[in-house]
Design a protein around this ligand. Structure first.
Ligand code: KG4
Ligand code: ZN
Length: 330
């Protein structure tokens, strides 16, 4: 089964062609990062306009690279949320137009389901599994007992982990997106700054606004006192505390639910400190991490999630992953 998929929920315009939920024939990603950098974050109106400018070219490139004729496409899958509404509209309408004009069925896919299914490119998912979702907008622990069955065990009570990374980076003046820069600097530092306890007790919920505020106050106080701030050590301290809580709660869930596999999903899955800690501490089950290029937003992950969603014919679940059920265009 050949799926053409579209992702435009934030600042990446992407179209992909995937065969049988595994083989990525093409995955074109047009990133707007350089445009939004100047503003220190994504400007929604600019993002929508850039998606409009790029989407047709990205469609054409994806079809050309996969060397696939439109008549061979069996299904169109498109991210229908969550995300920036103006950005989503561009991808959804382009996908609808393509599906309608070529008489192909179309389904809406939840963005986070896409991030989770990016792991399927690396290895066949085995159930029950625990997935740690760490993106710019989400931090969640998910239990999956079978394909396309998501049970949320816990989530952040405030900021998402990627959001906290980006805000810490902005406070220190490191640029956007901050996560990869903080990660790089953390590799060169020592976790010597004292950080607050962010464990939130013996449950599966997270909180990152406390540590974010702590870092912001620490930076301002250090500056006011004219003291030197060792940015590498600050990044290392922040990263160590954050990854420790993520791994500790993941381990608890793996044990409690007798998981066979542990996977991670979302942009922060690219974090080297987190990956290192996972490899060191999670040794009792099979660990799968997505390839770096499939960690951040891309349409291939949406095509794979769309394929499994289609097979299961699911439209609702515990995460309300499919706000938009099947859109029948015929
Ligand atoms: O999943 P994603 O592409 O977008 C959302 O769906 O939200 O994630 C983007 C987030 C940003 O906050 C970015 O700073 C973070 O992922 N990120 C990282 C790293 N690479 C991307 N955070 C920490 N370390 C990284 N290496
Ligand atoms: Zn994402």
């Amino acid at each position: 089964m050949i799926v053409l998929s579209v992702e435009s929920s934030c600042d990446e315009t992407s179209v992909s062609i995937v065969r049988d939920g595994k083989e990525v024939l093409s995955n074109i990603v047009l990133s707007q990062i350089d445009i939004h950098k100047a503003y220190g974050g994504v400007v929604p109106e600019i993002a929508s306009r850039e998606h409009i400018k790029g989407i047709t070219m990205v469609f054409e490139e994806a079809l050309k690279e996969a060397n696939i004729d439109k008549t061979n496409i069996d299904l169109v899958a498109v991210t229908n949320g969550p995300g920036l509404i103006g950005s989503l509209l561009v991808g959804v309408n382009a996908a609808k137009a393509f599906a309608f004009s070529n008489d192909i069925e179309i389904i809406g896919v939840h963005h986070i389901a896409g991030h989770i299914y990016a792991n399927q490119i690396t290895a066949e998912l085995e159930f029950p599994l625990i997935c740690l979702v760490v993106s710019g907008g989400h931090t969640e622990l998910i239990l999956m007992k079978e394909h396309y069955d998501f049970q949320k065990l816990g989530e952040t009570m405030d900021d998402a982990v990627g959001e906290a990374y980006d805000k810490v980076a902005r406070t220190v003046g490191l640029g956007y997106p901050g996560g990869p820069i903080v990660d790089k600097l953390a590799q060169k530092g020592k976790p010597s700054y004292k950080m607050p306890n962010i464990s939130l007790g013996n449950n599966y919920n997270f909180s990152f606004s406390g540590i974010k505020s702590h870092v912001i106050n620490l930076v301002h106080n250090t500056k006011q006192r004219n003291e030197e701030l060792v940015i590498e050590d600050l990044c290392a301290s922040f990263q160590e505390t954050v990854s420790e809580v993520l791994v500790t709660k993941s381990l608890k869930a793996i044990k409690e639910y007798n998981a066979k596999m542990f996977i991670i999903a979302g942009g922060v899955a690219a974090n080297k400190g987190l990956r290192k800690k996972i490899n060191k501490r999670i040794t009792m089950v099979k660990v799968v991490v997505p390839e770096f290029r499939y960690c951040t937003d891309n349409a291939a992950m949406i095509g794979i999630a769309g394929y499994y969603q289609y097979l299961r014919n699911s439209s609702t679940d515990d995460m309300s992953l499919n706000g938009l059920s099947r859109m029948k265009m015929k």
